[in-house]
Unconditional design. Structure first.
Length: 134
């Protein structure tokens, strides 16, 4: 890996966590960046009673930073409520990765957008405001 990538980016690129697809997911967040060609799909499985994200997986077509961002994003939201997960930002993704080169920040933004899109899809179906927890 080039020097500009942190050890954590390298780790998540070489051994990404939560790769794959969830059969019968609660929701899917699919996002893409037409400028660089990265496409990210985040699957979540939510416990309807507790609102905890019990499982999440991703499928990403893109560069090392996109794959690493997807991997760490799924680790950040797994086990959290949808309300906690909805507050995760690209800055949280970058911090968990140690850093990202400036030209790859858009990958962390895609991860944030994918998470939010999946949660919004779930909340829309359940008539829940993701910003207001009970």
């Amino acid at each position: 890996m080039p020097e500009s990538y942190s050890e954590e980016v390298y780790k998540h690129f070489m051994s990404p966590q939560n790769v794959g697809k969830i059969e019968s997911p609660s929701a899917i967040g699919e996002v893409g960046n037409p400028q660089c060609g990265d496409i990210m799909r985040i699957y979540i499985k939510v416990n309807d009673e507790t609102k905890i994200i019990e499982d999440c997986k991703f499928q990403t077509f893109g560069c090392a930073a996109a794959i690493a961002s997807s991997s760490v994003a799924t680790e950040l939201i797994k086990g959290k409520t949808i309300f906690e997960a909805f507050k995760i930002t690209n800055e949280n993704v970058i911090k968990a990765l140690g850093s990202l080169p400036e030209r790859k920040i858009h990958c962390s933004l895609l991860a944030e957008e994918g998470i939010k899109k999946a949660i919004l899809e779930y909340c829309s179906e359940k008539n829940i405001d993701p910003l207001v927890s009970d």
